[in-house]
Design a binder for this molecule. Structure first.
Ligand SMILES: [Mn+2]
Length: 357
């Protein structure tokens, strides 16, 4: 056992936790008891990728599992439209809960990040968390593997897959699995350009490419294929975005009416906050969206100094240092914008009157 690595692909593993989890899932092999896998609400490529990778790993060791996404199957599947990499994503309302022997929250730590599925997760006889987000409170359970230094949950799952070969010799990261893990890694690192990208991210990428990840295909399907709707919506936002604090803050809001007018869906705004952050001098970018009457959602980006997360925390949200989000209620889009502008300028310690244009 002295050959066991402490580090895999430049990232740490928590051997005790992974040994414990391996032992627990092994007891389910060959039975009809299942592991239910929970991505966070509005599952992104990292949340979904880590669930699908875990599902494939469990399949190889003879353990039944299912991915329980908050969103409809159609929405989720269109998101991972990567040539046969989908391994059974399902809706949340149609499952035999009595089969749930274990629940694993991936890329989230349960609670409100599970939305309507919270009760379902909490009802599991055994609950686990594999996450790379900063926790709201200190972790106490032995059933949590958290690595806030990991750029993506998919990075952690790659290490888990390699480490578990000690427990399950038949286990291998096959091409579909590698591709789906790479999808999450690409997304959460902004294609290896965000501040969270480490040498470990590149080592993970190299490993995944060796095992069949198709980087060019993923790039084409996930990034280069901007729809006309997305392009026009960006045009709207880029034209009118408000610049505050002498250009250190950029903020805009898109209303339900505008979303309808542009025939846009929620996904069409994803990435816009990051693009606003690219403007030179911008330290904090906020993209607001009216979700329904009175309810708004914010996507926030900053550098890894943590302004994005601090702004999100002011509104009861959370996330990573440089990429965070929150929801809020306001009387009108104008009111929402004013509230967030005030908080953002306070966060950046600058006077709100320096507004342009
Ligand atoms: Mn993630």
């Amino acid at each position: 056992m002295s050959q066991e690595p402490e580090k895999i692909l430049g990232g740490e593993i928590c051997r005790e936790t992974l040994d414990l989890l391996a032992g627990r899932v092994a007891t389910l092999a060959g039975t009809d008891r299942e592991v239910f896998l929970y991505p966070h609400v509005r599952a992104d490529a990292d949340a979904l990728g880590s669930c699908l990778a875990m599902q494939e790993i469990l399949r190889q060791i003879g353990v039944r599992s299912r991915v329980i996404a908050e969103e409809s199957t159609d929405e989720v599947i269109s998101f991972v439209n990567t040539d046969g990499a989908v391994m059974g994503v399902c809706g949340y309302d149609e499952f035999p809960l009595e089969r749930q022997a274990m629940a694993i929250a991936l890329d989230n730590s349960g609670g409100s990040r599970l939305g309507k599925r919270m009760g379902m997760y909490d009802s599991a006889p055994e609950r686990w968390i594999i996450d790379h987000h900063i926790p709201d409170q200190p972790d106490e359970s032995p059933h949590i593997w958290r690595d806030t230094a990991a750029a993506a949950c998919c990075e952690m799952l790659t290490r888990l897959g390699i480490y578990w070969q000690n427990h399950f010799p038949q286990l291998q990261i096959n091409a579909d699995c590698a591709n789906i893990l790479m999808m999450g890694l690409l997304t959460d690192t902004g294609r290896f350009l965000y501040a969270n990208t480490t040498s470990g991210s590149f080592q993970t990428a190299a490993y995944l490419v060796e095992h069949g990840a198709r980087v060019a295909d993923l790039n084409l399907c996930m990034y280069d294929a901007l729809t006309e709707t997305q392009m026009r919506l960006r045009g709207l936002v880029f034209q009118r975005v408000t610049s505050l604090c002498g250009g250190r803050i950029m903020i805009d809001i898109v209303t339900c009416n505008e979303m309808r007018e542009y025939k846009a869906s929620e996904d069409d705004l994803s990435g816009v906050a990051s693009e606003l952050r690219r403007v030179s001098g911008v330290e904090l970018a906020v993209m607001l969206r009216e979700v329904e009457l009175g309810k708004y959602r914010a996507s926030v980006r900053s550098d890894d100094g943590g302004a994005a997360r601090r702004l999100a925390l002011r509104f009861g949200g959370g996330g990573h240092a440089a990429a965070a989000g929150f929801s809020l209620w306001a009387e009108s889009p104008e009111d929402c914008l004013e509230q967030v502008k005030a908080a953002a300028t306070e966060e950046m310690s600058c006077a709100p009157e320096h507004e342009s244009p």
